[in-house]
Write a protein of this length. Structure first.
Ligand code: ADP
Ligand code: SF4
Length: 679
């Protein structure tokens, strides 16, 4: 298929200083949890993005010195010559597809606790660490000799960036790292020529830009990453004034807003293209090309970025993670094949956990090298065989899609009239509408596969399955929430758990509207408890949320959703009680125990909703497993269970399980490799 000429503007080459990007699709620097520790994994991941049509592909933050070390988070590194080879693995892969490779040279400052290098971190002032796990440590305030040494670090790293063949070299001046902190009067209280008026605060940035420009001039472009307030009219830190003073110095500006909660906000709280007013403001202040992100997944929104003059590139991290082939799909007129990011921030959560990135929508993310999974290619079926998949939640749908692509004869049976499993119910909760994309993209793909038959409203039992004409059966029957409180806090059911006033999660998700007051005991700590609380508040129900931890929804810290979740709960009038574990429910009183002192307290309530853990729907599995002697009659049936019916988990895990089962069907081994540092 050919590209719709409407989108031609997205495919125009753009000059960035001495280099030219082949199109406007620009993968901005983003973390992967791989960095210098897993160079082959990383190189393959970036190479696949270039193959998918991203005209520029950047590294994650790339340390320039041992005193900029955020271990346990594995960023990229150009600290010494040994790092050059590791990053050259990436530039070779990116160049092989005609894209430009960018490197984001980074010095952390007080955010780097230097847990690995044990070096002293330098910053504009002596500031307490607030990033690497909140280590009780402070940076050293830089004196003039430190500033000279710092400039030398940047120059040396820029030389190494050229050796590694990067086409774009970044000076990184945002995200509360050192260069930003000089600009920011909240941190910069210096009385020397680097503090005070904007011209002084911007001095170090100007010097570093000029230093790096002196090294890369004519060979690679110089980009600066810079942040401005989302509400640019309210700029108490004078970031726009500082910008004006250096607006023409770099070859490209990579602009973010100075609130990570918005820049990287989840779809629960931040919409596509949220930051664009601020970006437009900056673009009017420079003649240099500008790139910025906005979780762009709609080609029309992308086009509007260019036609409205908001920016020159389509900056992307998450859309390129969810679909590395997004540019190609637009180019080939295959818009319906674009696998849109759902904005769940599970990718970021895994960076934050210092493990390789994964994605809810794209199960191949992070497995490009280790398992050799390509997002657009699968091996053909190993034989002309049929597969029966039971259950059309995320696991079953993904398995059906991938097996369908491989060419098997696939039958997908679902008990309910609607396909989608947990997605159907959860995506109806406040803020979770985009989660439906997990279901909808797969249904769209399946609708075009003549070798896949889909049968909703078909609850299968063991007899039917054993009588079915298929060589393989995959059970993806999901899980259900417990209502007896058993989970992390409790190992046994609480007293009174069988009462009618004890609600089940599914009861609420299926539309039950309780009046009066509901107490939620949230021992799950992710999004469901708060989403249900907000749902109940929207129905007028009074809600108290109780957590046995020191905060509610604590795990959503990893997805950058904790703070907006708390704000939403507080604004909706949800009462929040922490460090209390559920003890029992008697006579309309929910009883709790202080997790530290054991002191008892109670709350009068009409209903109690315990959210703790899930039970796998594995009854079918157990029955079939017990009847394996009957499989032979069916020509040696293969049976497996995947997703929540095997081990309940996040949606990403179910999608991954479905994908893996489909990839590995009929394969001798899973081909997994272990990454190692190149010496
Ligand atoms: P997962 O996240 O593992 O994909 P879900 O709970 O989202 O799990 O989806 C499981 C799906 O399986 C649900 O839609 C459920 O209705 C369906 N299901 C469960 N048991 C059967 C069965 N015996 N026959 C057909 N479908 C089933
Ligand atoms: Fe988007 Fe979620 Fe994938 Fe991240 S993990 S790219 S937010 S779908």
């Amino acid at each position: 298929m050919a590209r719709d000429p409407r989108f031609d503007a997205l495919f125009e080459p753009v000059k960035i200083g001495p280099v030219t990007a082949p199109n406007r699709f620009y993968q901005v620097p983003h973390c992967t949890g791989m960095g210098y520790i897993r160079p082959q994994m990383l190189a393959e991941l970036r190479g696949v993005k270039a193959e998918g049509g991203w005209g520029v592909v950047c590294t994650e933050y790339c340390s320039i010195h041992e005193s900029s070390d955020e271990t346990p988070y594995p960023g990229a590194s150009l600290r010494d010559d040994d790092d050059v080879g590791n990053l050259r693995l990436m530039t070779e892969k990116v160049h092989a597809h005609g894209a430009l490779a960018g490197v984001e040279l980074w010095y952390g400052g007080h955010t780097s606790a230097n847990l690995y290098s044990r070096a002293t971190s330098l910053d504009v002032a002596s500031l307490p660490n607030d990033a690497t796990l909140g280590i009780p440590a402070q940076s050293q305030a830089m004196d003039r000799s430190d500033i000279r040494a710092f400039r030398e670090m940047y120059r040396d790293a820029a030389k190494r960036a050229l050796q590694a063949d990067f086409d774009i070299v970044y000076v990184y001046a945002n995200h509360y790292y050192l260069l930003h902190n000089f600009l920011n009067p909240d941190f910069n209280r210096r009385h020397d020529e680097y503090g005070g008026a904007p011209a002084n605060r911007v001095r170090l940035l100007r010097e570093v830009i000029e230093d790096v420009a002196g090294i890369v001039a004519g060979r690679s472009a110089l980009a600066v990453r810079y942040s401005i307030p989302r509400d640019y009219a309210n700029d108490p830190r004078g970031l726009l004034e500082c910008f004006e003073l250096v607006a023409e110095l770099p070859d490209l500006w990579d602009i973010t807003v100075d609130d990570y909660g918005y820049e990287m906000g989840s779809s629960r709280f931040v919409r596509e293209a949220d930051n664009q007013a601020a970006v437009r403001k900056i673009r009017a202040m420079t003649s240099k090309p500008v790139v910025s992100v906005g979780r762009f997944t709609s080609p029309d929104t992308m086009l509007a970025q260019i036609s409205s003059g908001t920016q020159d590139f389509i900056g992307a991290a998450r859309p390129s993670i969810a679909d590395p082939f997004l540019p190609h799909k637009i180019n080939q007129g295959r818009l319906e094949d674009i696998r849109e990011c759902i904005g769940c921030n599970i990718c970021y959560a895994h960076d934050s956990l210092a493990v390789p990135i994964r994605c809810t929508q794209n199960p191949t993310m992070g497995e490009e090298w280790r398992r050799g999974w390509h997002p657009e290619k699968v091996a053909p079926s190993h034989a002309d065989e049929a597969v029966l998949i039971v259950g059309a939640g995320p696991a079953g749908l993904e398995a059906a899609c991938t097996l369908g692509r491989r060419g098997y004869r696939v039958t997908l049976a679902e008990a309910e009239t609607e396909l989608g499993g947990r997605i159907n119910r959860e995506s109806r909760l406040p803020g979770l509408a985009e989660y439906a994309r997990v279901r909808d993209w797969r249904l769209g793909q399946l609708a075009r596969m003549p070798n896949v038959g889909i049968y909703p409203d078909n609850r299968l039992d063991a007899d039917t399955i054993l009588g079915f004409d298929a060589e393989h059966v995959i059970l993806a029957t999901g899980a259900r929430w417990r209502s007896d409180g058993v989970g992390r806090w409790r190992r046994q059911a609480f007293a009174g758990s069988a009462q009618e006033a004890v609600l089940g999660v599914e009861q609420l998700l299926d539309g039950f509207i309780p009046g009066g007051h509901v107490v939620i005991h949230d021992d799950d700590h992710y999004y469901l408890g708060s989403a249900l609380a907000l749902h109940l508040r929207s129905l007028g129900t009074a809600v108290t949320m109780v957590s046995p931890k020191d905060s509610v929804a604590g795990w959503s810290n990893f997805t950058i959703e904790h703070s907006p979740t708390m704000r939403a709960l507080i604004e909706a009038g949800v009462q929040i009680i922490t460090a209390r574990g559920l003890a029992g429910f008697r006579g309309g009183q929910a009883e709790f125990e202080c997790v530290y002192s054991g002191a008892r307290s109670s709350i009068a309530t009409d209903y109690l909703l315990p959210i703790s853990a899930r039970i796998a729907n594995d009854e079918l599995w157990r029955e079939l497993d017990a009847r394996r002697d009957e499989f032979g009659a069916n020509g040696g049936l293969s049976l497996q269970r995947i997703g929540d019916c095997r081990a309940p988990g996040i949606i990403a895990q179910a999608v991954y399980a479905g994908h893996r089962a489909a990839r590995e069907l009929g394969q001798a081994d899973n081909g997994s490799k272990r990454d190692r540092v190149v010496l």
